[in-house]
Design a protein around this ligand. Structure first.
Ligand code: NAD
Ligand code: IPM
Ligand code: MN
Length: 368
């Protein structure tokens, strides 16, 4: 019997709604496999945790996560107005999400940007730009850079309010993420786009040096260097040129949301946050306060994160593949949530209906 302990951190906003669908899918998968058992352990995380316990990442949640084989996270965060009710350092981003990334050193963030040709109509890009579909992997460094560098706030010598944030990397941190990127590129099309800003940032100069050093061990991978600002344009004008892209933390935050934009919705953006000992899985997007509580969020990003967990943490590659296929079958039959529907000839479904349909599609597939 393969038993997997999964910490479930539903979080805020649409988090609980899309997490319900993830749980539905996990239960369906368990029912399909006599030799697999998921032990699901819900825990408080984010603003919900703060309001209940005074901490956005409570001790009890840490213990549940420490003991888990993998962590499945929904979304955290409040609207701009609501978040003002929480002290800055306990706001769920600084008080829960970043501490979790640091605690488990989840340095490698995989954000697949994928839309097969038959679903290209979801994308705002023109058909001739999309060509055979969109398929690339953003690999984002997740525990360094501006997010985790030294921060100073106060009053400067001129008596003005002042802030300093620092973008820090050491060569080992860069080597670790770049190595992951080369490995990934080697397993795909053997092309790696290194995204940087070495015309301005010294951190990018060091980053690029390390890329060149690691490249020696991967002679079969072609490396292309692209400045981050230009990369933002190429993502709209010619996304087909990309296969694996690697970049520092902040660049990856921004370009991966652009990835969601070219697919047609952030609801199509799952992710894996991989550490040396523990990994966690989450949608790339936020808590979508504008649509929370209406049962209309797109759970693809959350269920896709489940698929990534099955594949990367539990070695259930076949079932992960089935799950992707099941979700695409729902779309291919003409169903989708409102984020993808705009102006298209599709049949609107709710968050929970998408989950039900995914389970139904999954159950049509043989268990191997
Ligand atoms: P957002 O990603 O929550 O929403 C941006 C837009 O995308 C909104 O219009 C939203 O409705 C839409 N959207 C996002 N996910 C969707 C889904 N699954 N289905 C349908 N539509 C979807 O970004 P925001 O509004 O800038 O941020 C809201 C909060 O989320 C903030 O507090 C932010 O800090 C937080 N946040 C959390 C995470 C995380 O938990 N990892 C990630 C990003 C932002
Ligand atoms: C993401 C989010 C987070 C980030 C925020 C909520 C801290 O935007 O996961 O992309 O910036 O990393
Ligand atoms: Mn982001």
């Amino acid at each position: 019997m393969n038993q997997y302990k999964i910490a479930l951190l539903a979080g805020d906003g649409i988090g609980p709604e899309i997490m319900r669908e993830a749980v539905k899918v996990l239960k369906a998968i368990e029912a399909r496999h006599r030799d697999v058992q998921f032990e699901l352990q819900p825990a408080l995380f984010g603003a919900a945790a703060y309001f209940e316990t005074g901490k956005a990442f409570p001790q009890e949640t840490m213990q549940i996560c420490d003991a888990a084989d993998a962590i499945l996270k929904g979304t955290i965060g409040l609207s701009h107005e609501e978040s003002q009710k929480i002290p800055v350092d306990e706001q769920p981003e600084r008080g829960a999400l970043l501490p979790m990334r640091r605690r488990y050193n989840t340095f490698a963030n995989f954000r697949p940007v994928y839309l097969p040709k038959e679903l290209a109509f979801f994308s705002p890009l023109k058909e001739d730009i999309i060509g055979d579909g969109i398929d690339f992997m953003i690999i984002r460094e997740l525990v360094g850079g501006l997010y985790f560098g030294e921060k100073v706030t106060g009053i400067n010598e001129q008596g003005k309010r002042y802030v300093k944030e620092t973008l820090e990397y050491n060569e080992d941190q860069i080597k670790a993420i770049v190595t992951v990127a080369f490995e990934t590129a080697q397993s795909r099309k053997k092309v790696l786009h290194n995204i940087h800003k070495s015309n301005v940032l010294k951190s990018s100069v060091l980053w690029n040096e390390v890329v060149s050093e690691v490249a020696v061990d991967y002679p079969d991978v072609e490396v292309k260097h692209i400045l981050v600002d230009a990369a933002a344009t190429y993502l709209c004008l010619n996304p087909g040129q990309f296969d694996v892209m690697v970049m520092e933390n902040m660049f990856g935050d921004i370009l991966s949301d652009e990835g969601g934009g070219i697919l047609g919705s952030l609801g199509l953006m799952p992710s894996a946050c991989v550490g040396p000992e523990k990994s966690y899985y989450e949608p790339s997007h936020g808590s979508a306060p504008d649509i929370a509580g209406q049962n209309i969020a797109n759970p693809y990003s959350m269920i896709g994160s489940v698929a990534m967990m099955l594949d990367m943490s539990f070695g259930m590659k076949k079932e992960a593949h089935n799950l992707w296929q099941a979700m695409r079958a729902v779309f291919a039959a003409g169903y989708c949530t409102p984020d993808l529907a705009k102006g298209k000839n599709v049949k609107l479904i709710k968050t929970d209906e998408f989950g039900d349909m995914v389970v139904a599609e999954l159950n049509k597939m043989p268990v191997t």
